[in-house]
Design a protein around this ligand. Sequence first.
Ligand SMILES: NC(=O)c1ccc[n+]([C@@H]2O[C@H](COP(=O)([O-])OP(=O)(O)OC[C@H]3O[C@@H](n4cnc5c(N)ncnc54)[C@H](OP(=O)(O)O)[C@@H]3O)[C@@H](O)[C@H]2O)c1
Length: 274
Amino acid sequence: MDIKGKVVIVTGASSGIGEAAAREFGREGATVVLAARRVDKLQALAQEVNAMNTGAQTLVMQADLSKLEDIQSMIAQTLERFGRIDVLVNNAGFGRLDWLENLDPIKDIQAQMDVNIMGVIQTTRQVLPIMMKQRAGSIINMCSMAGLVGTPTYSIYAATKHAVHGFSEALRREVKPWGIDVSLIYPGGVVTEFTQHAGIKRKTNAKTPKFMLLTAEQVGAAVVRLVRHPRRMLVIPWLWNVTVLMNKLFPGLVDYTTIKRFTIPERAEELNIK
Ligand SMILES: NC(=O)c1ccc[n+]([C@@H]2O[C@H](COP(=O)([O-])OP(=O)(O)OC[C@H]3O[C@@H](n4cnc5c(N)ncnc54)[C@H](OP(=O)(O)O)[C@@H]3O)[C@@H](O)[C@H]2O)c1
């Protein structure tokens, strides 16, 4: 798909991966709909994209993706202004990473479900009839390594991303005959505001090794590439595929090492282990 002039909706465009992807679409001369709650950030990005002189157009859309009425309004306004929707990047999302019993039932658990799962489903549901009428379209869903491998303190986040995985796999098989591609991207750790919102509290210094960390720009560029070359699954960095394979082939071994190297050291105090 030639990206120039295409109408692209990027959710969660106010920071991180969504912002980087939207900027990249702007560089390619696409018409970009920038959606998120922080409208000041979206406006600043829109100005930057408009100044690129690539022919890119922008539409700033303040939307809370956990609210159906905001999603409906975003799609209606996009259609009214541009008459079509070629690409949907379902990127908005967040994680609250803690032991399950510490998560707030509403602010942490329900809120993640509402944005990460329902936001993706409802936005796609609204866009689909338009793409079916066009008999063309590209949907890119932001998954995560957590959508393939469950790790302690990621229980709800992993549940939401596993849901995105299952939803997208089924949808891909529903819509392909209409000329619509559904791609899934599974980044490992990406340096964005994500960690600031995640509320991570570690007692040990367990974290993703630096050489495995990605920038938002790397993931944003990968999102744009998926429009040109749709993929069922894109795991980045590639090396995470080894973990995915280990988890599939030897789940008992992954349980053992994760519990021994992460869960027990992190919870040693509560477990009364000296
Ligand atoms: N960073 C990582 O390590 C990593 C790894 C794998 C996958 N991911 C996924 O990548 C996506 C983007 O995350 P990021 O790393 O770029 O984090 P980020 O910088 O915190 O960006 C999250 C984006 O989602 C938007 N968002 C959150 N709640 C929203 C809501 N209720 N309505 C509308 N927009 C909402 C935020 O905008 P507002 O706050 O302005 O609404 C923001 O633009 C997420 O789906 C995340 O799960 C991240």
